[in-house]
Design a protein around this ligand. Structure first.
Ligand code: HEM
Length: 503
């Protein structure tokens, strides 16, 4: 009979041998434990996962393997190597799609541009591209952002500064972009941004859906599928959230259709209303479009524009508030570029912010250091060998860490961790071009973000209007770190004091 001591020694020897074998596998990013895979390392470092991964990738030359617990079938290659990124996203684009699992997780996206593959994606992208080009989207954006900033954002900041309150700027930007995005896409303002910080059902539902999508990435597929079938736990919340948001979309579409049947030819002349109205108006030339098409297009453009801008603005303001020299240069540029009467504008328009080169550079720099979408996942259609020499098998998943690319010494040089807008500006005072496979914040190749230029314009409008009138001071003693979420939200928000700026 074996005693406890022998069993204990046998288990220890097994663990030791296993670890020794795994650590010989130079591809493994973290220690690969028996049964649990690399999960213990991830859990232990969950408070700074992105930096931990960045460090591990650096140690492994930019690419390595991740394995989850054996029963989860979670296995993928993670990379931050720009040559691999070029290979996957640009050169061999057709071999790397979103894959079937992605469609299941993000089923709410329907046939929209974000999650579709193949011919469906081509069609949805063509429609979205046409809308951005033909519909003067920048004027639509200008109207929505100026109205919201003037009527809600600046009065709210004024109130906070007068009351000497502390406010969570991340919450403010989440609400702001929820409202502006609803106005741009659906022509409806849910008014989630006000001094009362109201609980708005469709906004809560949307945030719940985002949590649900993350959950589906973290637990085994069979687990969330059973939960969904039984309607329990997180999946029950997901179903409710989807229903609430679906009602919001359906009501918006119905009211836009009704508006269009009632509108006179004079009203129809009014341009740049919102995207839904534009799509319904187009029916006169393109033939009737069904509500599913309207719903999928609206949903995808809504999601595309919401989190990225809010998250980007939050990190931008934290960086600017903690780099007073950069802040001073932004203010100096506004002073130099505009005549006094122009400076009296509370919110600069599209034409005005296009002149602000330094602000543009600061925005690109912040979005590079803290990309709002920190990961890009792809599914290999066929086996392939990456430029780094790694084999990727058919149907395997590959994850590109945009966060690690933003902090890569190989791409940005020794000062890669510094917030340095100057690196974006040429001697002629123009923005330098960085290839998208190195600056992956907006994706690269045929699926590059369609809202890139517009997002930067919108963020510049919001940032310049706030910085011109207010000083943002980060509350001392708070811990700033990214949360584990699909977007790079700050884990505890960004608590700030707001003061009126004396110029
Ligand atoms: C700072 C803000 C933004 C960032 C960082 C950002 C980033 C990205 C990224 C990384 C992707 C690739 C996503 C994927 O393949 O999984 C993407 C796709 C896309 N983005 Fe953006 N985005 C931003 C704002 C916007 C806005 C405001 C719009 C438009 C309203 C927009 C429209 C799109 C569309 C339509 C796609 C899908 C492209 C395709 O798959 O063909 N984005 N964006």
């Amino acid at each position: 009979m074996l005693g406890y001591a022998e069993i204990f020694i046998a288990i220890l020897s097994f663990l030791f041998l296993h670890l020794w074998r795994c650590n010989r596998n130079r591809n493994s990013l973290f220690t690969n434990w028996p049964i649990l895979g690399m999960l213990p390392s991830v859990l232990y470092n969950s408070s700074n996962l992105h930096d931990y991964l960045t460090h591990a990738l650096k140690q492994h030359g930019g690419t390595g393997e991740f394995k989850g617990p054996w029963f989860t079938n979670m296995k993928c290659l993670i990379t931050c190597d720009p040559l691999n990124a070029y290979h996957i996203f640009v050169k061999h684009f057709s071999n790397y799609d979103k894959g079937p699992e992605y469609h299941e997780i993000f089923e709410a996206f329907g046939d929209g541009v974000f999650s579709a593959d193949g011919e469906t994606w081509k069609r949805s992208r063509a429609v979205a591209q046409l809308m951005f080009k033909e519909k003067n989207f920048d004027l639509l954006l200008e109207r929505a952002v100026q109205k919201k900033a003037q009527n809600c954002l600046l009065p709210l900041l004024d109130h906070i500064s007068k009351q000497g309150m502390v406010v969570d700027l991340q919450d403010v930007f989440n609400r702001l972009t929820f409202d502006t995005n609803s106005s741009k896409v659906m022509g409806v303002d849910p008014n989630s941004l006000s001094i009362h910080f109201p609980q708005v059902a469709c906004q809560i539902a949307f945030d719940q859906m985002v949590i649900g999508w993350l959950y589906r990435h973290l637990v085994p597929r069979s687990f969330w599928k059973i939960q969904k079938w039984l309607q329990i736990g997180q999946e029950k919340k997901m179903t409710r959230a989807c229903q609430t948001f679906e009602n919001f979309l359906r009501e918006s579409i119905a009211s836009k259709r009704e508006e269009q049947t009632k509108c006179t030819s004079n009203d129809a002349e009014e341009l740049h209303a919102d995207l839904l109205t534009e799509l319904i108006r187009d029916e006169k030339s393109t033939g009737k479009v069904d509500d599913k098409f309207l719903r999928d297009t609206a949903f995808n453009l809504f999601v595309a524009g919401r989190d990225g801008i809010a998250v980007g603005l939050t990190w931008f303001f934290w960086l600017v508030a903690t780099h007073p020299l950069v802040e001073a240069k932004i203010i100096e540029e506004i002073n130099e570029m505009f005549q006094p009467q122009e400076r009296n504008l509370m919110v600069f328009g599209v034409k005005e912010v296009k002149k602000l080169v330094y602000l543009h550079a600061a925005m690109c720099e912040a979005l590079g250091l803290f990309p709002p979408l920190p990961f890009e996942r792809k599914h290999a259609v066929q086996s392939d060998i990456l430029p780094s020499g790694h084999l990727i098998k058919r149907n395997e998943m590959i994850v590109c860490s945009l966060y690690s690319m933003g902090k890569s010494e190989e791409i940005w040089g020794k000062d890669c961790l510094e917030f340095k807008p100057e690196r974006w500006i040429s001697k002629k005072r123009e923005i330098l071009h960085v290839p998208s496979y190195k600056y992956m914040t907006f994706n690269a190749g045929p699926r590059v973000c369609l809202g890139k230029d517009l997002s930067i314009i919108e963020m510049k409008m919001v940032a310049s209007s706030i910085l011109w009138s207010y000083r943002i001071e980060v509350m001392e003693g708070q811990h700033i770190s990214p949360s584990i979420s699909l977007g790079l939200l700050m884990k505890y928000g960004l608590k700030v004091h707001v003061g009126k700026r004396d110029l």
